[in-house]
Write a protein that binds this ligand. Structure first.
Ligand code: UD1
Length: 337
């Protein structure tokens, strides 16, 4: 069975491709290589011994996308990762974000009607909840006004898919709202490849440990949490990869009647920034140079998932610990020297 993975050479996507290939799906990757490289394709092949089909296409290019779907009507499911993801950059370049994350989603959905009964998995984010009033965060927590264009593209993306399905489209879809993906494949053959200065915590931690960055700034220690630093739900990227396969299988199941659904994807456990630093130091047996800095605008204090729905309805639970993820992230970083 052939599955299209857009943005398939990105961080979460490449691990998902591995998980799909390991379950014997045939994978077709589209990527424009804007934020990754062909080395990732090689890494996927080295891990799995398989060669997914690869198309260097920018999904904003309607005619290339249309030609692709004309050539590949054999695709049964689409996992849509291709998107920009840097919050700060989205404030500076909102139209680029709306074009890539929203307009291109529309093009993709339009093309998906060339497939018989398409199944669609959408990469969403816990950012749609902003600071939830109740913890852990359930899927019923209200979506709140986004505080960045990036966050807004995820909210709008979910709405577009739902509106399209409600119009009677022959599409079934699941939005997965990721909490904080970290780590790398345990072989260290694929991982996160931030371009420039990393914005996310764990790549900054590993680059500081590697000496590429002088010091990690902890953004605020005056939050109303136990140690004063923000709390997040850090999930191993391979756990996250596996839920994509499970969600897709749910949609491919003939008996599955629901057209649209949303799931939180996290571990259910909250860890502070200082917990991440201490665990990283302990499992990798090293010392990290860090300092306390000002709060980062837009950060929420605490976010962790209520995992009941995904456990009950999809039978999935994160298996790997934060310590595993921080070990794997460090092994990956060491190979980037
Ligand atoms: C961020 C985005 C979120 C997006 C996700 C994608 C913001 C406000 N949120 O989530 O919308 O979906 O990335 O990966 O940017 N931290 C430091 N020092 C650093 C970097 C981070 O202390 O150098 C802290 C942050 O304040 C936060 C935690 O580490 O408390 C995690 O930060 P990060 O990895 O950037 O993820 P989020 O902010 O949760």
């Amino acid at each position: 069975m052939k599955i299209l993975v857009t943005g398939g050479l990105g961080f979460i996507a490449s691990h998902t491709v591995v998980a799909l290939l390991e379950k014997n799906y045939e994978v077709v990757i589209i990527d424009n290589l804007s934020n990754t490289s062909l080395d990732v394709l090689e890494g996927i092949t080295r891990i799995t011994g398989k060669n997914p089909d690869f198309y260097q296409i920018d999904i904003r290019n309607k005619s290339d996308l249309s030609q692709f779907f004309n050539e590949r009507p054999d695709i049964k499911g689409i996992i849509h990762f291709a998107a920009f993801k840097a919050v700060g950059e989205s404030v500076e370049k909102p139209l680029d974000y709306y074009e890539n994350n929203v307009a291109a989603l529309v093009y993709l959905l339009k093309e998906s009607c060339k497939i018989n009964q398409p199944k669609f998995i959408f990469s969403s984010s816990c950012t749609v909840y902003d600071q939830a009033k109740t913890l852990p965060i359930t899927e019923n927590a209200p979506v709140q006004k986004a505080n960045s264009p990036y966050g807004n593209t995820k909210q709008i993306g979910e709405e577009i898919i739902l509106d399209y399905i409600n119009s009677g489209a022959d599409l079934q879809a699941i939005s997965l709202r990721y909490f904080n993906p970290i780590g790398a494949h345990p072989t260290a053959l694929i991982g996160e490849l931030p371009i420039g200065v990393p914005q996310n915590l764990v790549p900054f931690v590993t680059q500081t440990a590697a000496g590429k960055r002088e010091v990690l700034s902890v953004f605020g220690n005056d939050y109303p949490t136990e140690d004063g630093t923000c709390i997040r739900d850090y999930i191993h990227v391979m756990d996250l990869a596996e839920i994509h396969v499970i969600a897709l299988e749910k949609l491919l199941d003939q008996n599955h009647a629901k057209s649209y659904d949303v799931f939180n994807v996290g571990t259910g456990k909250g860890n502070s920034v200082l917990d991440v630093i201490k665990t990283f130091e302990k499992v990798n047996n090293l010392k990290l140079n860090y300092k306390i800095a000002n709060r980062r605008p837009g950060d929420v204090t605490t976010a962790y998932a209520d995992t009941d729905k995904v456990e009950k309805e999809l039978g999935w639970k994160a298996k790997r610990s934060m310590a595993d993820a921080l070990k794997d992230a460090w092994q990956w970083e060491k190979k980037q020297q």
